[in-house]
Design a protein around this ligand. Sequence first.
Ligand SMILES: *Cc1c(COP(=O)(O)O)cnc(C)c1O
Length: 436
Amino acid sequence: MNEQIKTNEKDHLIFGGIDTIDLAKKYGTPLYVYDVNRIRANARSFVNQFEKLGVKAQVAYASKAFSSVAMLQVAKQEGLSLDVVSQGELYTALKADFPVGKIHLHGNNKSHAELKMAIENKIGCIVIDNFHEIELLDQLLNESNQKMDVLIRVTPGIEAHTHDYILTGNEDSKFGFDINSGQAEEAFKRLLKSDQIQLKGLHCHIGSQIFETEGFVLAVKRLFKLMNDWKINDQFDPAVLNVGGGFGIRYTDEDQPLPLEDYVTALVEEIKAQANAYQMEFPEIWIEPGRAIVGNAGITLYEVGSKKEIPNVRNYISVDGGMTDNIRPALYDAKYEAVIANKVTAPKTYEGSIAGKCCESGDMLIWDLRLPEVVAGDILAVFSTGAYGYSMASHYNRFAKPAVVFVEDGKDKLVVERETYQDVSRYDLSYEQWRN
Ligand SMILES: *Cc1c(COP(=O)(O)O)cnc(C)c1O
């Protein structure tokens, strides 16, 4: 069972020090709730470990995991840098008054408008993904007579998965420049030719929900080999090595995450060893955790409604949300744990599968969950929904997106308001408007 579960004398789930049943009553359901102290603790696990090891680093929060103004302000308070992958995410960062010099722009198809917005706002770094982007960026920088720091994103041919990694040789991925086919080399040469683009170093991102350090170590080895070639042939000395994100978190008992500090230690040790072996300067290390910052800091509260019991088959328990607020189970078979938040420790005598209320058979949140007897009106709390929940929420079936509440130091308050149906239909124009 989840090591974080706390209850009060009413057997209600306590989250971030607050009774979740009170939260459900006060703000309605479905509801995303974040424990801000846990966000801060996760961020500090990375930041403090780099400090402890005396290494210059940037810990960039991958804001796609959960982007909102208040969230980015917490990231800023914790001294994090920020990854954005779109104009919308950049706009949110600017709205949060995030220090522009610490914003990095990602994306495999950055538009003219996105690059222009990044240049105009003088963000810290653009992570170059493809040849088309180099031409666009060079042209835009020439027009505005500005310079821009960039990293080059390469695919080292290592795919890290949950419990193993695969050496793929040539990587079959839409992101970045392939090393083995020589694309990375060609892009590198092209970048060196630009007067406006300032190449600071290399970037790679080998996967998500990674529970071992080996994949990162292999990637560092591969990148140093490449950097050594570039150093010998072109006197290139990288100032930055960005090894991406993907640090795994616990969703269920199947997941055994490492302490976040261990990834930092393994990375620093390998980078030191490689820098020594190749007699290169020790680069600044950048990492990009998304899920590891917010994933276990968030839960979702739902109200239980209807039940369908099929004898000798399965019990379906429907809640008032589903794939519109958490697409991950339907999209990639993600697993979650949950409890009935108003009777957390009651004996689990019943088994039921948690269904969403969308018109899709695939709209299931959790299969075959052990529960106490469940009745309509019970509150279900699903754990570890802080990453890629709200950020992937949709309006399917014209659902309004749920509210987001932050709890910290005994205080609970909205940071994203619940959408209304006026919001959902705000951009609809009538047939008469079309006709006239
Ligand atoms: C998605 C992504 C991340 C964050 O991944 P997590 O699994 O949430 O840590 C970091 N860097 C890049 C380039 C990404 O695409």
